[in-house]
Structures are given as structure tokens and as C-alpha cells.
Design a protein around this ligand. Structure first.
Ligand code: MG
Length: 245
């Protein structure tokens, strides 16, 4: 009886030690840490299409308070039914300046098709007022590939054409790292990653600091405004939000 008790106790201690060792090995094998890492902050993603709870809402359909006009203190775009529309009175700049960011923009080209090539539903989303992701009705509308919808204009064509029909709402989700001026006068390249209607169209494309043709701002800078282009075609926008990274 006594011998059996000692044997059971010894087995229990051995089993406990083996379990502790196994837990430790498993923890190391899965890259875990014995100390507690800080938990990532909680973000409420909001409805489909956002805005998430930590985003800066630039346009929520109510007013132009977060924007100024390109040629006037206030934007001269139309605002109706929660949607803003370009006019030939110039583009609009965000009042706040940004650098690295995640940006969500919804846009629609006119449902009545007019013009072709670069003359159909042309606008643009310019990060730092310098680097354009092209807005264009590219549904059954051929143009040069690095000028179509979703192109990093003049630099890189989209991987695929994910354009919806004229008049339908479309989304851009853009992850942008700004090219940065360096103390030695050189530029550290940035990058564009873009999803068009949820489809990857720009996959971590380098941004070397050369501004896009027709960019309203020039030169490499640490920060700059978001710019939405007037290119003479009526294009609508809604639900614009940004998360500085
Ligand atoms: Mg454009």
C-alpha cells in the first residue's frame, strides 16, 4: 500500500513536469511569449464600407467642411442627396494634410455615357496632392493602360479592369506610403496598394516621388492634402474616409 502510494505520487510529479515542459515547448514553437504582449486597440469596423471608428471622415454626405476649393476658399462642387459631384470650377483639397494612410473613396461616373478614352468620367484621387489613382469610366472604354481606372496615372496600369458599369457606385481602398525626403536630398520611395471594388489592382507599387502629370502640387513632401480632381467630366463621390497610419 505504502509502496503503491509512493509510486503514484512519483508518477503524478513526473506527469506534471512533462505537461509544463510540453506547454513551454508549444509556446516557443508557436512564437508565443511567456510575458503578456499588449493587446491591439479595438476598432469598430462600422457598416460594410465603413467608416471604422478610428477613421477621419472627410465626406459623410452632409457638408464640405473638411475641404477647400482649388480656386476658391469653399468648394464649388454640387452637393445633393448625400453625394458630391465635380463641376468645372476646379478640384477640391482636404483641409487636413496626411502622409501614410488607408483611404476609402466611393465614386460613380455618369450613367449616360458621353465621350470616350480619357474624356469619359475622368477625375482622380491624388494622395498628397501629387500621386494620382485615376478615376475613369473604363467599362468598355479603351485608353492607354496606365491611364485607365485604377492606374497609378502614367506610372502603372491596374493588374485587372474591375470597373462597374457607368452610373454604378464603385470603391477604391488605397493603402499609401508616401515617398519621404531624406537629409541627403534623396527620396525614400513609398508605395501604392489599391483595391477596386474589393479586387487587388495595385500590389505594393513603388512611388518614387515623381508627381503625376497634372498634379496640382509638386516636389517631395512629408505631408500633403488629399485632392479630388475636376477633369471637366461630372463624377460623383460619397463616403470618403481616411486612417493615418
Ligand atoms: Mg484623372
Amino acid at each position: 500500500m505504502r509502496a503503491s502510494y509512493h509510486l503514484n505520487a512519483t508518477l503524478c510529479v513526473a506527469a506534471a513536469a512533462t505537461l509544463a515542459l510540453a506547454a513551454c515547448v508549444a509556446s516557443v514553437a508557436h512564437g508565443g511569449h511567456l510575458r503578456e504582449d499588449p493587446q491591439p486597440p479595438i476598432v469598430d469596423p462600422g457598416p460594410i464600407g465603413g467608416p471604422p471608428s478610428d477613421a477621419i471622415v472627410l465626406f459623410n454626405g452632409k457638408d464640405f467642411s473638411k475641404f477647400r476649393g482649388e480656386r476658391s476658399p469653399e468648394p464649388k462642387w454640387r452637393l445633393e442627396n448625400g453625394v458630391m459631384e465635380t463641376t468645372p470650377m476646379g478640384g477640391i483639397f482636404s483641409r487636413e494634410e496626411f502622409s501614410d494612410c488607408q483611404l476609402h473613396v466611393e465614386w460613380a461616373s455618369p450613367s449616360v455615357v458621353k465621350g470616350d478614352g480619357q474624356g469619359r468620367g475622368n477625375s482622380g484621387v491624388y494622395l498628397l496632392g501629387r500621386y494620382e489613382i485615376q478615376v475613369l469610366d473604363s467599362f468598355n472604354n479603351k485608353t492607354y493602360p496606365n491611364g485607365q481606372a485604377g492606374a497609378f496615372y502614367g506610372h502603372n496600369a491596374p493588374l485587372v479592369n474591375a470597373c462597374r458599369k457607368p452610373g454604378e457606385w464603385q470603391t477604391y481602398d488605397i493603402i499609401f506610403h508616401a515617398p519621404k525626403p531624406q537629409p541627403d536630398g534623396k527620396t525614400a520611395p513609398g508605395s501604392f496598394t489599391v483595391l477596386h471594388n474589393g479586387v487587388l489592382i495595385q500590389d505594393h507599387i513603388p512611388v518614387d516621388g515623381e508627381p503625376t502629370t497634372a498634379a496640382p502640387l509638386k516636389g517631395v513632401a512629408n505631408k500633403g492634402p488629399l485632392y479630388l480632381q475636376d477633369h471637366g467630366n461630372p463624377v460623383r463621390f460619397r463616403n470618403v474616409w481616411i486612417r493615418p497610419l
